[in-house]
Design a protein around this ligand. Sequence first.
Ligand SMILES: *Cc1c(COP(=O)(O)O)cnc(C)c1O
Length: 385
Amino acid sequence: MKDETKLCHNGRPHDGLRMVNPPVERGSTVMFPDYDSFRARNKPKYYGRHGTDTHTALKDAIASLEGAAGVTLTPSGLSAVNLAILSFAKPGTDILITDSTYDPVRSFADQYLAKRGVSVRYYDPLIGSGIKELIRPETALIHTESPGSLTFELQDIPAIVEAAGEIPVSIDNTWGAGHYLKPLALGAAISIQSATKYLGGHSDVFMGTIASRDEKTAHRIFKTAQLLGNATSPDDAYQVLRGMRTLHTRLAEHEAQGIALAQWLEERPEVARVLHPALESHPQRALWKRDFTGASGLFSVVLKSADETYVRTFIDSLHLYGLGYSWGGFESLCLPAWPAFSRSATVWGEGEGQLLRFHAGLEAIEDLTQDLDQAFERANREAKG
Ligand SMILES: *Cc1c(COP(=O)(O)O)cnc(C)c1O
């Protein structure tokens, strides 16, 4: 079945007299009918923290989307990445993390893992099969993110998987949303998403998902989540499942809007370069064409100017683009960011202008470009001032 069919049908009740959607099953205490069922091994559910039928419905939908043997839900995307890493990190082990990783993951690795006897090393996102030279006997996990969600380098996942051999490779797959990239089919052991972004899709819920290719990895991650006492709300699980029903349709629109905006911006004299994997100008576009079936609505531009007054005037003149963290909702966003400060293995954008990250929302493209146009004109006028 194609993804759009799966997204409509999976994680729903299928038998008897039923509603279209699963109910929101709230609860802490699971009631056992008798002593023997209470004592039975491998109970499908035994405490609300481990999940209710609403969570199971969402996990089923994500497992079918990502092609996973099992899925663990976590309270946020950040906790999903960190939990996946924690499932493999022990004192004395070594974790390799892409230099383009989501910055709070770097904070976790440096401020938490590294202080507990775990070696944390960062590598160039463009390393590909060269990762082989960094692998040590104690390397326990290679964490990737493709594309990087500020700087949009694409990683050669099959090459990294091959070089990794027995070492599991995890990927932050939030940009591909499990729809435009299938990392488990490319050999990754673990595909992670911030469901806060496209799966939820409406900027009103926090959730992380960890999809594992095999049962053993899935069990290991679920067990770590339980040891740490992770739980997610069934109402949030319902929200994410609801968002997933329209994922295919929304993403197609975000893709078209994102490409149109990126191309429009690429023509502007104020813009030095556009970082969008689907554009001809992207240095790893061939990897995008090979591994992805589409592009989501998130990309960056580097302005020619690095002048803060110019950038402030531009951003404060925008009416339709929100200024704030996160992305993946229906609304457009424009966020200034400074990725050079979150690098240790590579140098990023030395001497360049300001990076602005855009999320292309579902507004009319004419309104979005017109808004950018007037904001550039105003910033240019005041700069000449
Ligand atoms: C937002 C984001 C996260 C963290 O997700 P939260 O749900 O906000 O905790 C992780 N990775 C990427 C690429 C993200 O964009």
